[in-house]
Design a protein around this ligand. Structure first.
Ligand code: TXA
Ligand code: MG
Length: 324
């Protein structure tokens, strides 16, 4: 991937906060301090900006990302909060808690940041610098930890430079973070709330706020998951045929790069006619959803190269193609 030539260090004063917000509004990548760890931030409503997060991190797969908001009111516009979600938000926001809730009809978090799911992960951080940037940015900000994939999360600006120098536009330096582990993640999707990731808020405190025990779900665990509810990977209704040279009669077509010879079906989408993997990643989930909505029996998918974001795109496509 070709990143910016320089990663600026911004000091977290008024001017630095304004500059960070301006970069985010322009679709750039900025490492931001939060009370837990430094986050690699981008405009969560911009598929292309979100795709560049995965590229900078060299993430092998598109996990859904947490979107950060300046206050509870802004978060409530993005998601639908049931009683436990409201109780948790009241008790722990701003703070190191993330809530996974159904996306609202006015949710502006793009489908790539949600990994194509109907739910959305929301967090209102307590770090004053993070809140000031979020306020000035005026949109949800996606931010996974600002480390390269496979490395530990950064708790100082220096850690971010060590992993991401020249891959991102700026680091907003506010010194070491206070909490040092990521936020607790609780899913409130109807039924009993589930702890998806232990983190900055102790489990006992979470359970006290909702007056019930949390169901524990291990991240990446193999416990049987309720279909559609817990499935953390978007799966289309259609069968998916990978590495297709061309669509067969009746198949929908998901292309990449130059189209094959011959007529394409009416139901077709090209992820990136120019063969740009960042553009393809940005379009992937929205394109799959668009095709699947017309209920084709099969979606044939052009071969996608394995370099850069191609590995993550192919990971997601393989999951979508897995027999169910
Ligand atoms: O402390 C933190 O939470 C840090 C700081 C920067 O805020 N952020 C962070 O973000 O750790 P991230 O994007 O790396 O966390 C992503 C995790 C996923 O691995 C997944 O477990 C969960 O959030 N997640 C996000 N959206 C989800 C969804 N719709 N359903 C289930 N899990 C979701
Ligand atoms: Mg991380």
């Amino acid at each position: 991937m070709t990143g910016p030539r320089q990663t600026q260090r911004l000091i977290a004063d008024e001017a630095g906060i304004a500059a960070a917000a301006e970069l985010l509004r322009a679709g750039k990548l900025v490492a931001l301090p939060t009370e837990t760890v430094y986050g690699l931030a981008a405009d969560a409503s911009d598929d292309r900006a979100v795709a560049s997060i995965y590229a900078a991190k060299e993430r092998p797969s598109f996990n859904p990302l947490i979107s950060h908001l300046p206050d509870v009111e802004a978060a409530r516009r993005q998601g639908l909060f049931d009683a436990p979600a409201l109780a948790l938000a009241k008790a722990f926001w701003p703070g190191p808690l993330t809530l996974v809730v159904p996306a609202s009809s006015s949710c502006t978090v793009c489908s790539l940041a949600r990994a194509g799911l109907d739910s959305v992960a929301l967090r209102v951080p307590s770090h004053p610098v993070a809140r000031a940037v979020l306020q000035a940015a005026g949109r949800p900000i996606a931010a996974p930890s600002a480390n390269r994939s496979g490395r530990v999360s950064p708790t100082q600006a220096e850690h971010v430079f060590a992993d991401l120098d020249r891959r991102i536009d700026a680091v907003l330096d506010a010194g070491p973070t206070a909490v040092g582990v990521e936020s607790s993640i609780v899913a409130c999707l109807g039924g009993a709330p589930r702890l998806l990731r232990p983190g900055g808020v102790p489990r006992a405190a979470l359970e006290a706020a909702i007056g019930q025990a949390l169901v524990i779900v291990e991240e990446g665990g193999t416990a049987p998951l309720a279909p559609g509810l817990l499935a953390s990977h978007y799966a289309p209704q259609a069968a998916v045929r990978l590495d297709a040279e061309a669509p067969r009669p009746g198949e929908a077509w998901l292309g990449f790069g130059p189209e094959p010879d011959g007529a394409l079906p009416a139901l077709a989408f090209n992820l990136s006619p120019s063969g740009d993997l960042t553009e393809a990643a940005a379009n992937l989930f929205a394109a799959m959803r668009h095709l699947d909505d017309q209920r084709p029996a099969t979606i044939a998918v052009a071969p996608i190269p394995m370099h850069g974001l191609g590995e993550a795109i192919n990971d997601r496509l393989r999951r979508a193609a897995a027999p169910r």
